[in-house]
Design a protein around this ligand. Structure first.
Ligand SMILES: Cc1ncc(COP(=O)(O)O)c(C=O)c1O
Length: 501
């Protein structure tokens, strides 16, 4: 069978002078030089523009328009280095500037130069975290980062692993809890095990459902425990739910507390939940994917009071520590539990005897794994422990300031009392308007005009705009600008609505 994608003559594998494959061509170095210089020029320009709040957060285009503007097709023949720089420039032109100070849409944002350096350097030295042999210094750095993070959380004998995000931290935590209560499941499957029950709050992240699904526990066996008006799990309700499960002959095995819920920014009361979870022999995990970095702050670390009593703690520096995605770790209180999760595979083709150093792949569910700890180490080294602590305080204080601006403006309404880094509110249009529809329109208008980006969710059927303060470079002036833009856009939409009535 003829494969259409195979080249039809050998000449394509030598230089075509047009950026094709250049194996035997001495001009490759020169071409690469032009290519890299062009790329670095574009990167520099992008960083400068992203730092300018007067520039838009994005150059919005619909999917159809983007597909028209950019030639997505990959052709038989490559392109020249100068053309390649234009490709990079176009990609940057139509990407959301998540480093912009008015990008408040996600729980990550900002630009962190030393961490960015870490990202490009680990790309440059391209390796995998499974063995010391291929990642010697990166292994030591990841171990050091885990030690430091464990110290902040209060796991004096702890361990951990970097993984691909908060969702996977939740998955591996539940996996570890499952294997502790029902070790036979590892080899025999869930068939012979009792019905296992996991408990998280109503406001917990959806990745817990996925974890229960993947681990054979079943998402129906993930109990959503009622939360209070602020979005915090109610300890009494957890106790009732666990007791009901026990009465039915089920096995409560996992409690997932959240340290900073996605919408409300709520922190579950870990200490109280620890009493209940441990009484029933359940694994207590803290999903600190969003808010876990508060452990760095002298002023706010009490939000996760009791973290040292948890069995595991997920902490994602790519959120509040402004490290480029992906940078996330699962920390565990007891050394050895992560290794015990894995079945003994015949892996002598990868893990060899001889080195005295630890091969981190032996405690990861991944085989190949990106080097994510080094960019954190670079940033932490550069700023130091104290400055990182202050960065967390600064973001919290800015969120408080944003909440104050909402509270003192009669056209704005707070929808949940602010607890941490998010502010949930809505604009109150003139009577007669559908408030949810108006706020959705306002949010879309701000996004598509490139003025600013913020997300939304629903709180008791009310559409809530959510400002997430996750960029430590933001100032009060930026928060003022954000509200100026929001209120100006709202007034324009109101005028338009009145005219069309
Ligand atoms: C509370 C919480 N847990 C878990 C996650 C998932 O994290 P990730 O996107 O790194 O998988 C998020 C994401 O925002 C989150 O807010």
């Amino acid at each position: 069978m003829v494969n259409d994608f195979l080249p039809d003559d050998e000449s394509r594998f030598t230089s075509d002078g047009n950026g094709g494959l250049h194996c035997a061509d001495a001009s490759f170095d020169g071409e690469q030089d032009v290519l890299l210089k062009g790329i670095f020029r574009e990167i520099e320009l992008y960083i400068r523009q992203t730092g300018d709040v007067a520039d838009p957060v994005l150059n919005y285009q619909s999917a159809e328009a983007l597909a028209r503007i950019i030639d997505l097709n990959v052709a038989d023949h490559g392109i020249a280095a100068t053309e390649f720089a234009k490709l990079v420039q176009r990609y940057l032109q139509y990407s959301v500037r998540t480093g912009h100070k008015l990008f408040n849409n996600q729980l990550f944002s900002g630009f962190n130069a030393p961490a960015f350096a870490g990202d490009i350097i680990t790309s440059l030295t391209n390796t995998s975290m499974y063995t010391f042999e291929v990642a010697p210094l990166a292994t030591l750095i990841e171990q050091e980062m885990v030690r430091l993070m464990c110290r902040y959380v209060g796991f004096s004998q702890g361990d951990g692993i970097f993984l691909s995000g908060g969702s996977n931290a939740n998955l591996v935590a539940m996996f570890t809890g499952r294997n502790r209560i029902a070790p036979a499941v590892k080899s025999k499957g869930v068939g012979g095990a009792p019905v296992l029950k996991a408990f998280v709050s109503e406001a917990a992240h959806y990745s817990f459902d996925t974890a229960a699904n993947l681990l054979g526990i079943g998402s129906d066996n993930l109990v959503r425990v009622p939360s209070d008006a602020c979005g915090r799990m109610i300890p009494g309700a957890l106790e009732v739910a666990m007791t009901l499960a026990l009465d039915r002959g089920e096995q409560p095995f996992f409690v997932g507390a959240t340290g900073g819920t996605t919408l409300h920014g709520a922190f579950d009361p870990i200490d109280e939940l620890a009493d209940i979870a441990h009484r029933q022999g359940a694994w207590l995990h803290v999903d600190g994917s969003f808010g876990g970095s508060v452990v760095l702050s002298r002023h706010y670390r009490h939000f996760v009071q009791g973290s040292d009593r948890a069995d595991s703690f997920g902490w994602t520096p790519h959120k509040l520590m402004n490290i480029p995605l992906i940078c996330s770790a699962l920390l565990v209180k007891e050394k050895g539990v992560l290794q015990r999760n894995l079945t003994d595979l015949d892996t002598d083709y990868l893990f060899h005897q001889g080195e005295q150093a630890e091969d981190l792949g032996k405690k990861s569910i991944q085989c190949g794994r990106h080097v994510d700890a080094v960019k954190l180490w670079f940033a932490w080294k550069y700023y130091g422990l104290d400055a990182y602590s202050r960065r967390i305080d600064h973001m919290m204080e800015l969120a408080e300031y944003a909440a104050m601006l909402v509270a003192t403006n009669p056209r704005l309404e707070i929808l949940v009392p602010r607890q941490s880094f998010t502010v949930c509110f809505r604009y109150l249009p003139e009577a007669g308007a559908d408030v949810n529809a108006f706020n959705l329109q306002l949010r879309d208008h701000l996004r598509k005009s490139g003025a600013l980006m913020m997300n939304y969710g629903f709180i008791h059927e009310k559409l809530s705009l959510r400002i997430a303060i996750t960029n430590a470079e933001m100032t009060r002036r930026d928060v003022d600008l954000l509200f100026d833009k929001l209120l100006t856009a709202a007034a324009e939409l109101e005028d338009r609505r009145m005219q069309s009535c």
